[in-house]
Design a protein around this ligand. Structure first.
Ligand code: ADP
Ligand code: MG
Length: 702
């Protein structure tokens, strides 16, 4: 029988455990594993042997180059390739790769955003091997390249990337969680890690049409566009049958992902037309982060093979749903205990309840930070817009856990509501056991069985930020818990008291209702929960006194690193809106307005010609259209001039907060004012004059 394609390709391009076991001498393999398991420093001799094996393996697979693969603050990945070629004494090439080259790289990376951490003249940056995420091969037009996942730091050791704080946060969480589980008697636990499974949403559009839209090319989203006659109102795309062309994309995508050991699991059509989703099986946070970067990259690459373009922007089309990323997160020991698994009788599961209490406290205490971690210029279009979670952070626990929390607060814990039988009333259907809790699509932070689902993330963002934020804040609470419990005279009483105190104090963050309703906005305000409406308003919280204290205590980020990230965030916001505004100016001035003028001329021609041919003919339609079009055209030109002035003024503002606020308050509003008349014109102008494909063309003709 022919081997299944998954078995054939899975992990084929990864220097994984199996390959290492085969390639490394036994003793080296053993000490390597120990290094990984105990999180110890890597010994140079071992690194040399690993590097040699890695090179041999890569050469066998046709690799000519290697690269340190890193994740600078741009949110995407970066790489600089070196060939294995080394100077040799005779004319024959020698292919080399040393332990030193494996461990450390030095890209002259002065052009990456550093938020003032490095001046351009102090350009040194180092990449350091993250040996916990396996190296992999990538094939493209340049040939086969060995990619080594790395972290990226400055000469003085400051993090210049998203990976370093993530790795630091994983250590912090592990350290504190190990203390907690030991208190519960699990003495064999050496390490605790966080598991992450990110669900990735995306759009696919025809590439020929995509190439006719400068807004999609330059900004990833449509800056103009009237709604198509049909949107998502029939709910006929969600989980609908997948079209052939999309199915063949998905097949190719899966194969590419499986080759890299990425556990691509589910795929389906999403709510909006042309929108889809892929979810992998969860894995350790840093690997999951690397994988998600690869997923986004490979989605774009594979789409092109099918003459499609993959849009990862949070809001490519106004009026239909945008794309997000659900970050499923849990804490698991190296012995396999999931601290967020409630078990059959959650009310008796103290370790679970304590962990749950810690998460509840962490989220309530750091709601602003969590909100910021999911902020991006693109995500501003979604959060709070009734298609994604509201911008207000709250926790959904579901009926069962909320009931237990109430019992704890009351002080008489006796039972857990159990999932009932689901009876469909049809005898031939099996009777199913229901989950103890229903789901809630409107919650930003929902408990879903044995994990939390942080549902605010934007589709294009790296998941590193949200996860290091979560890890750091939960580690910080666990540290206080461990400090207190380690001193307790009677552990059981102390745990009960601590759980009760914590959930009582933080009950306000729990909300099981409809997060889209206006009532909730009011109610949340009464509860004192922050409602931060935009990215720009969220940024300052990153370097607030509270945040600095938290991140420094957990050794995840220093004050200087946080302050640099504040600058990078402001800069990123301003630059993004600036590009969008300039693209609008370009499209309006060079495409829409000239096309509309041509159309008005054709109307005028028609009026004069028809009247000349037949003086009694009725030209009221042309005249009405001409009047309306000309008036909208004038509004468009006026708005264009205003937007040009606003962009020029933005340039005079001080970089950072002031400029970002100006972009948010003035430029962004002026963009809307320009869009309105053009979108209205799109509905009346003869389609043959319209210079770009419309929403209908893009969303329904894939
Ligand atoms: P849904 O869309 O119903 O939320 P999916 O199956 O699309 O569910 O995605 C759920 C995600 O959660 C998957 O990536 C899955 O691997 C992940 N997941 C499941 N259990 C855990 C866990 N314990 N920790 C982290 N992620 C998990
Ligand atoms: Mg989900």
């Amino acid at each position: 029988m022919e081997q299944n394609v998954i078995e054939q390709v899975f992990g084929k391009d990864v220097f994984n455990d199996e390959v290492m076991k085969e390639k490394l001498p036994k003793d080296v393999y053993k000490s390597w594993k120990k290094t990984l398991e105990n999180g110890e420093d890597l010994n140079q001799d071992i690194a040399n042997v690993v590097a040699h094996a890695m090179k041999e393996w890569a050469l066998e697979h046709g690799a000519t180059h290697y690269t340190h693969w890193f994740q600078p603050m741009t949110g995407i990945t970066a790489e600089k390739h070196d060939s294995f070629l080394s100077p040799a004494s005779d004319s024959k090439p020698v292919l080399e790769f040393s332990g030193k080259e494996l461990i450390k790289g030095e890209p002259d990376a002065s052009s990456f955003p550093s938020g003032g951490l490095r001046a351009t003249f102090e350009a040194r940056g180092y990449t350091a091997w993250d040996c916990t995420s396996p190296a992999f091969l990538r094939e493209d037009a340049a040939g086969v390249t060995l990619c080594i996942p790395t972290a990226f730091c400055s000469y003085t050791g400051e993090a210049l990337d998203k990976k370093t704080p993530l790795l630091r946060s994983m250590e912090a969480l592990s350290k504190q969680a190990v203390r907690i589980v030991k208190l519960f008697g699990y003495d064999d636990v050496k390490k605790v890690s966080c598991s992450v499974g990110p669900e990735q949403e995306y759009f696919l559009v025809d590439r020929d049409k995509y190439l006719q839209r400068k807004d999609l090319i330059f900004t990833g989203r449509t800056l103009f566009g009237a709604p198509a006659p049909k949107g998502q109102e029939l709910d006929d795309h969600y989980f609908g049958t997948i079209k052939e062309r999309i199915a063949s994309f998905m097949k190719d995508l899966n194969i590419e992902l499986w080759k890299l050991g990425i556990l691509s699991k589910t795929q389906h059509n999403e709510v909006a037309p042309a929108q889809h989703e892929m979810a992998p099986i969860f894995t350790t946070a840093n690997i999951s982060t690397d994988h998600n970067q690869l997923v986004m990259e490979i989605m774009k690459k594979v789409a092109k093979r099918h003459n499609l373009e993959c849009l990862l922007h949070e809001k490519p089309f106004a009026g239909v749903n945008g794309s997000g990323k659900h970050d499923n997160w849990s804490i698991v020991t190296d012995t396999g205990i999931n601290l967020l698994d409630p078990g059959k009788k959650p009310h008796e599961n103290k370790l679970f309840l304590l962990t749950l209490a810690a998460v509840i406290k962490a989220v309530d205490d750091n709601a602003e930070l969590l909100r910021l971690s999911a902020s991006s210029p693109g995500n501003d279009h979604r959060l709070g817009a009734n298609e994604a979670p509201p911008a207000i952070i709250s926790i959904f626990l579901g009926e069962q856990l909320e009931d237990i929390i109430e019992q704890i607060v009351r002080g008489d814990v006796s039972s857990s509501i159990q999932g009932e039988k689901l009876d469909t009333g049809v005898h031939v259907l099996p009777v199913l056991k229901k989950d103890a809790t229903d789901r809630n699509r409107t919650s930003p932070f929902a408990f879903t069985g044995n994990k939390f689902e942080f549902r605010m993330l934007g589709s294009s963002m790296s998941i590193a930020g949200p996860n290091f934020t979560l890890n750091a804040m939960v580690a910080d609470v666990l540290q206080d818990f461990a400090d207190e419990l380690e001193q307790a005279e009677d552990f059981d009483t102390a745990v009960d008291a601590l759980i009760k105190k914590t959930v009582t104090e933080h009950q306000r963050i729990i909300f099981n209702g409809d997060g889209y309703s206006d009532d909730w906005v009011e109610e949340a305000e009464k509860r004192g929960l922050p409602n931060i409406k935009s990215m720009v308003e969220a940024i300052p919280y990153l370097a607030s006194e509270k945040s600095v204290k938290l991140f420094e205590r957990q050794n995840v980020m220093t004050k200087a690193e946080l302050e640099s990230r504040v600058e990078i965030n402001y800069e990123n916001y301003s630059k993004t809106i600036n590009i969008e505004a300039k693209t609008m100016i370009d499209m309006a001035g060079k495409q829409f307005i000239p096309s509309i003028i041509k159309y008005t001329t054709s109307l005028a021609d028609s009026i004069t010609k028809v009247q000349a041919a037949c003086p009694t003919a009725d030209v009221s339609v042309q005249t009405e259209l001409l009047t309306k079009t000309s008036s909208l055209l004038a509004s468009a030109q006026k708005a264009l001039t205003a937007l040009e002035a606003a962009v020029a003024e933005a340039d005079t503002k001080e970089e950072g907060k002031e400029q970002a606020l100006f972009f948010r308050k003035v430029v962004f509003a002026d963009m809307e004012t320009l869009r309105a008349p053009i979108d209205e014109l799109e509905m009346i102008v003869d389609k043959t004059f319209w210079p770009v494909p419309t929403y209908g063309d893009l969303l329904f003709e894939v």
